[in-house]
Design a protein around this ligand. Structure first.
Ligand code: ACO
Length: 329
C-alpha cells in the first residue's frame, strides 16, 4: 500500500483579459471624476471591459485553455472544475458546468463558489483538499468575472474601480513544495457594506428593482477599505505562521488588486520591498475573483515567481470574506 502523503500545488496557470481598454479619461466623460482622483485614491489608470456578447464563461474558457496548456493537461484529465465568480453567466446552470461543456471535460464534476473577491482562494483551498484526500488528481480552479455587467456607470463611487477578466490554475499533486497552508475567514456582519441587492430571492427582479438600479453593486468604500487594510496583513501573517515560515522566508506577495493603498499597507506590514509585491491594478483595476489568479499568472510568466519561491496569495472581498494561501513553487 502506498502511504506517501499527497501534497497539492500549482501545475500551471493561465489568464484572459478582454481587448477593450477603458481609461480614466474615458470615465471622465461619463461621470463626475478625474484621472487625477482615480489614480491618487486607487492607483488605477485603466481597466479591460468585455463586450456585450462576452459572458464570464467565455473569458474563463480561454484562461482555462492557457492553464491546461501550461500544465500539460487535457480536458479529459480534469476531475474537478471550480469557478469562483459573482457574475455567473446565469443563476443556473453554474458557470463551471457551462465551462465543463465548452471544454469537453467529461470526467470532471463542476460547481461554482461565491466568495466575491476572495473566491479564488476559497476555490483553491477546496482543490487542495480534493487532491490531498485522493478524490481528484487534477482540479481546474478559475476566478472569472464580468463585473462591468453589474456596475452602475452612473455611480462614480464604484464604476471607476472595476474591470473584467479571468485567471485559472491547475492544482494537482506536486513532488516538492506545494500549498503549505491556507487561511479562510468570513464576517457576515459586514456583508451590508458590499452588496448586489436585486435579483435574488429577497428581492426578485421586477420593474421596481430595475428602476431603482438594484441590480448593480452597492458599496460603502471606506468601511471596506478599513476592513481590507486590517485583514490583508492579518491573513497573510496567519498563513505564514501556519506554514511554519517567518516573514524573512517570504519571496513574493500576490495580493488582491483593489486599491494600491491597501496593497502598499500590506506589503509594509510584511516587510516586503515594492518589487516583491505584484501590482497590475493600474492596467486592469479590480477584477474581483479573477484578480489574484490573473496576477499570479502574470508573475509566473514574467519570471517574478520561480521554482522554490515561497509565495503568499491573499484577498478580501464581499461577504465579508478573506483568504490566503502559502505556496512553495
Ligand atoms: N471621483 C471623484 N470623487 C469621488 C469619486 C470619484 N470616482 N468617488 C468618490 N468620490 C468622492 C466622494 O464622493 C467623497 O466626496 P465627499 O467628501 O464630498 O463626500 C470623496 O471623494 C472622498 O470619498 P472617500 O470614500 O473618503 O474616498 P476614499 O479615499 O475612501 O476612497 C475608495 C474611496 C477608493 C472607494 C476606497 O474607499 C476604497 O478603495 N475602498 C475599498 C473598495 C474595495 O476594495 N472594494 C472591493 C470590493 S470588490 C468585490 O468584492 C466585488
Amino acid at each position: 500500500m502506498n502511504t506517501e502523503r499527497i501534497v497539492a500545488g500549482f501545475l500551471g496557470t493561465g489568464s484572459c483579459l478582454p481587448d477593450k481598454e477603458v481609461t480614466n479619461f474615458d470615465l471622465e466623460k461619463i461621470v463626475d471624476t478625474s484621472d487625477e482622483w482615480i489614480q491618487t485614491r486607487t492607483g488605477i489608470k485603466s481597466r479591460r471591459i468585455a463586450d456585450e456578447n462576452t459572458a464570464t464563461s467565455d473569458l474563463a474558457y480561454i484562461a482555462a485553455l492557457n492553464a491546461m496548456e501550461a500544465a500539460g493537461i487535457t480536458a479529459e484529465q480534469l476531475d474537478s472544475i471550480i469557478v469562483a465568480t459573482i457574475t455567473p453567466d446565469m443563476s443556473f446552470p453554474s458557470t463551471a458546468c457551462i465551462l465543463q461543456d465548452k471544454l469537453g471535460a467529461v470526467n470532471a464534476h463542476a460547481f461554482d463558489v461565491g466568495a466575491a473577491c476572495s473566491g479564488f482562494l476559497y476555490a483553491a483551498s477546496l482543490a487542495k483538499q480534493f487532491v490531498e484526500c485522493g478524490q481528484a488528481k487534477h482540479v481546474l480552479v478559475i476566478g472569472a468575472e464580468t463585473l462591468s455587467k453589474i456596475t452602475d456607470f452612473t455611480d462614480r463611487n464604484t464604476c471607476v474601480l472595476f474591470g473584467d477578466g479571468a485567471g485559472a490554475a491547475i492544482i494537482g499533486p506536486v513532488e516538492s513544495g506545494g500549498i503549505q497552508a491556507t487561511d479562510l475567514g468570513a464576517n457576515g456582519t459586514g456583508g451590508k457594506f458590499l452588496t448586489l441587492p436585486g435579483g435574488g430571492s429577497r428581492m426578485p427582479a421586477s420593474h421596481e428593482t430595475v428602476d431603482n438600479r438594484l441590480h448593480y453593486i452597492k458599496m460603502d468604500g471606506s468601511e471596506v477599505f478599513k476592513f481590507a487594510v486590517r485583514i490583508m496583513a492579518k491573513s497573510s501573517e496567519t498563513v505564514i505562521e501556519k506554514a511554519g515560515w517567518t516573514l524573512d522566508d517570504l519571496d513574493y506577495l500576490v495580493p488582491h488588486q483593489a486599491n494600491i493603498r491597501i496593497i502598499s499597507s500590506a506589503g509594509k506590514k510584511l516587510n516586503l520591498p515594492d518589487d516583491k509585491v505584484h501590482v497590475n491594478l493600474d492596467r486592469f483595476g479590480n477584477t474581483s475573483a479573477a484578480s489574484v489568479p490573473i496576477a499570479l499568472d502574470e508573475a509566473v510568466r514574467t519570471g517574478k515567481i520561480n521554482k522554490g519561491d515561497k509565495v503568499v496569495l491573499v484577498a478580501f472581498g464581499g461577504g465579508l470574506t478573506w483568504g490566503a494561501l502559502a505556496v512553495e513553487f
